[in-house]
Design a protein around this ligand. Structure first.
Ligand code: ADP
Length: 455
């Protein structure tokens, strides 16, 4: 789950807790005050009825009832039970029917007003004394209006809770989106930085907050990375340059030796070996130099519009020179009708080197079995598929073949340094292209390179 959503959820849960606690408090407070006021109203009526029950004179009794009728009126389901002194049986039978606990009766005995609430019914008990006579009156009624009010309040609080939750979650999400926007900006910026544009830096707003501190930390790390990259790159470039001159001298001297007409066979053989090996070393140092340059700052190179079919024809001619016994065939069957789909924007030398590497590998690792180069295009890219019937690449190792100096475990029989494909991959990436490798050990390998065409 994204931190952003997590924050919105925590925010919502916290607010939910606060709203629930507040709602419970409001509900309990409202219920208690409604109950209290209803108990009071019932007690007033109970008191009048109790006094009426104490009167011997009937006119006095009806006077009490008239006052109650005129000024107070009846409460819903209002009932009164009067127990005069000595009516122990009546008291016991009432006790059996009514739900009040013993504490209720104890309070009446102590002459304190007793109150009890059960099954939506309010009960009050009074001990009334007048002119030496005592009655106990137990009255009950149902606060229909109060119950309905409480029910309405409960529904209102529940509905209010859910509406508030929807609002809180929506605002929480908006709020956390807002908070995380600078982090998302940093992620976008950092994603855009790679070995080719290590000089780019994150924007620092100058707000001196945590986001600024994070951007600054990233920028400092990028500074260090850039310096390290540059040092490593300069080292490889300088070393390759330093190797080049003595190598040229060695192969030149070997050629000079070979051109002498009367040298013994053994010396000729040695000169040939020196020449061949120094050529290989020269190729290796050139590849290392290109790898260092393309891996770091390819933008130095010259770019132009190139036709892929012409480029591949050149590659084939180049391979013919290096391995005369090759069996490479170019397949034009899927060539697009629209020639504009064959034109890419790129660096000629680098693209030639990239495809030559792929085709040379196919010839080498298939011991010059037939290799086909197919050129085609889809709606946005031109693709070049090089297929051989060679040794293949073990499944687990395919992902590593673009790592510099990596060589698959089945290549003991073949000479190589593991530089060609990393270089090729860098070149294709520089051209916004991609390489897909399909391979099966003992069956063969296909390298499918896609490049965006210009049109
Ligand atoms: P190398 O000089 O070893 O050929 P590359 O960088 O050109 O170096 O290739 C890296 C590795 O990828 C090779 O060592 C080999 O294991 C594997 N590889 C490349 N092309 C092929 C192919 N056509 N068939 C089988 N294996 C291949």
């Amino acid at each position: 789950m994204k931190i952003q959503t997590r924050i919105a959820l925590i925010f919502t849960l916290l607010t939910a807790g606060i709203i629930v606690a507040l709602s419970i408090f409001i509900y309990i407070f409202a219920r208690e005050s409604t109950e209290k006021s209803f108990f009071h109203r019932l007690e007033v009526r109970s008191d009048i009825v109790g006094h009426a029950g104490l009167q011997e004179d009937k006119t006095q009794t009806s006077l009490y009832y008239d006052i109650k009728e005129k000024h107070l009126g009846d409460l819903p389901f209002e009932q009164h039970h009067i127990i005069k002194s000595g009516e122990i049986q009546k008291a016991n039978s009432l006790r059996a029917v009514l739900p009040m606990p013993p504490a209720f009766y104890d309070q009446i005995v102590r002459k304190e007003p007793a109150r009890y609430f059960a099954n939506d019914t309010s009960y009050v008990g009074l001990n009334i004394n007048q002119a030496g006579k005592t009655v106990i009156i137990i009255s009950s009624a149902v606060d229909l209006y109060g119950l309905e009010e409480m029910n309405n309040l409960k529904n209102l609080l529940i509905l209010g809770f859910f509406i508030a939750m929807v609002f809180v979650f929506s605002f929480g999400r908006l709020f956390s989106r807002q908070i995380f926007e600078p982090i998302r900006r940093i992620i976008r910026n950092v994603k855009g930085i790679n070995a080719h544009n290590l000089n780019q830096r994150l924007v620092v707003d100058g707000t001196k907050d945590e986001i600024d501190a994070l951007s600054n930390t990233f920028n400092e790390m990028l500074d260090r990375l850039e310096i390290t990259f540059e040092m490593q790159n300069n080292f490889v470039s300088n070393a390759s340059h330093e190797f080049r001159t003595p190598l040229t001298v060695i192969s030149g001297e070997a050629q000079l030796g070979l051109s002498q007409p009367e040298i013994p066979d053994i010396a000729r053989h040695s000169f040939q070996t020196i020449f061949r090996e120094s050529e290989k070393l020269e190729h290796l140092t050139n590849s290392m130099l290109s790898l260092a340059q393309t891996g770091f700052d390819g933008k130095k190179e010259q770019w132009e519009q190139l036709r892929i079919d012409e480029l591949i024809l050149f590659v084939k001619a180049n391979v013919d020179q290096i391995i005369p016994a090759n069996n490479v065939e170019i397949n034009f069957d899927e060539l697009p009708d629209d020639e504009r789909k064959l034109v890419v924007n790129g660096n000629e030398t680098l693209l030639k080197a990239a495809f030559t590497n792929i085709v040379l590998n196919s010839c080498k690792y298939s011991d010059n079995k037939p290799v086909s180069i197919k050129i085609g295009a889809d709606s946005s890219q031109v693709f070049i598929e090089v297929t051989d019937h060679g040794i293949g690449i073990p499944d687990r190792e395919i992902a590593q073949i673009f790592v510099p100096f990596f060589r698959a475990s089945n290549t003991d029989r073949y000479k190589g340094y593991g530089i060609g494909l990393p270089l090729t991959n860098n070149i294709i990436k520089m051209h916004q292209g991609s390489i897909v490798v399909r391979s099966e050990v003992g069956v063969g390998t296909s390298f499918i390179t896609s490049l965006p065409f210009r049109y």
